[in-house]
Design a protein around this ligand. Structure first.
Ligand SMILES: C[S@@+](CC[C@H](N)C(=O)[O-])C[C@H]1O[C@@H](n2cnc3c(N)ncnc32)[C@H](O)[C@@H]1O
Length: 292
């Protein structure tokens, strides 16, 4: 086996990734992907890669790095390859049991922070994250609000285990992770805030055959009724689980904002509105359950 320095491996890995890229984004992230793979194999930082570029890889390191590069060339999401993705500056373990957290979802956390700053939600309260997946939203809220009690719920046992691992690794004792089919396991509980990034993609959407989503589970992505079924269910049942003045915030597809706001208004929510994602599309909608 030929000897490769760190720089040499990075260079040939980047060339292979550019050549094998099926879209512009994959090509532009080739250098970053190569660095992430090698940093993961060496268990070192990027700075190490820059500083020690002429250091030779061992045969074992080379074999591992080449194996992971092949997975990436076959389209496997980088987060699944290295087993980790950062969300709201929290390093989260990820697995094919659930969605890889997206930066756009951080918009939802920003809305929660704004509600707190405007004192629309209490200083000490309770939050429920439905379809918690890795625990991303629940754990970000638990980090930002140490005096809140946060519940993350998912119906996939493997996702519950994953989110529980993330909660423990981060030492967030104000969060609990439970198994629940939407509200089923919290039937008698009410919260000051309910948040969710549920499945909302239409099963016929061609995007399901592109990029990372090809490798993510259908249970995390697809919903009936053109993607609206789970959103509609969560909205319909939310009032039974919200304290007076409590808020419901939902992530959805870029073409679903009007339909979601309509459902919220029909159900009796007030202050209904939405927020744009990082690409400028309305992707988070929410409203307040008024005191009756
Ligand atoms: C789009 S993913 C969101 C994951 C995570 N909240 C995030 O933002 O990265 C949707 C999640 O909903 C969960 N889910 C789907 N149907 C569910 C149900 N009936 N009850 C609870 N969770 C469900 C899936 O297992 C998946 O983890």
């Amino acid at each position: 086996m030929a000897a490769f320095s760190i720089d040499q491996w990075l260079q040939q890995a980047r060339q292979q990734l550019v050549a094998g890229a099926d879209d512009e984004h994959a090509a532009s992230s080739a250098a970053l992907d190569a660095r992430l793979i090698l940093a993961h194999v060496l268990q070192q930082s990027y700075t190490y890669l820059y500083t020690w570029g002429d250091r030779l890889l061992t045969a074992d390191q080379l074999q591992q790095a080449d194996g992971l590069l092949q997975q990436r060339l076959q389209g496997q999401p980088l987060a699944y390859i290295v087993g980790e993705r950062e969300f709201w500056s929290l390093p989260l373990q990820v697995s094919p049991a659930t969605l890889i957290p997206r930066a756009d979802t951080e918009t939802l956390i920003e809305w929660v922070l704004d509600l707190a700053a405007e004192q629309q939600i209490p200083a000490r309260g309770s939050a429920l994250d439905l379809g918690t997946g890795t625990g991303a939203i629940a754990l970000a809220i638990a980090t930002e609000f140490p005096d809140w009690q946060v519940t993350g719920a998912d119906f996939q046992p493997a996702a519950v285990t994953l989110a529980g691992t993330n909660q423990q690794r981060l030492g967030l004792n104000n969060a609990r992770i439970i198994r629940s089919d939407w509200y089923q396991a919290v039937a008698d509980e009410t919260f000051d805030l309910i948040v969710s990034n549920p499945p909302y993609i239409d099963g016929d959407d061609p995007h399901l055959h592109q990029g990372d989503v090809r490798f993510e589970p259908t249970s995390a992505l697809v919903a009936e009724d053109a993607g609206m079924a789970d959103l509609a269910h969560i909205i319909a049942q939310a009032p039974a689980h919200l304290n007076a003045g409590g808020w419901l915030l939902l992530e959805h597809g870029y073409q679903q904002a009007d339909a979601v706001c309509e459902l919220l208004t029909q159900r009796g929510f007030t202050q209904v509105g939405n927020r744009n994602d990082l690409g400028g599309n309305p992707r988070i909608s929410g409203g307040c359950w008024p005191a009756h």
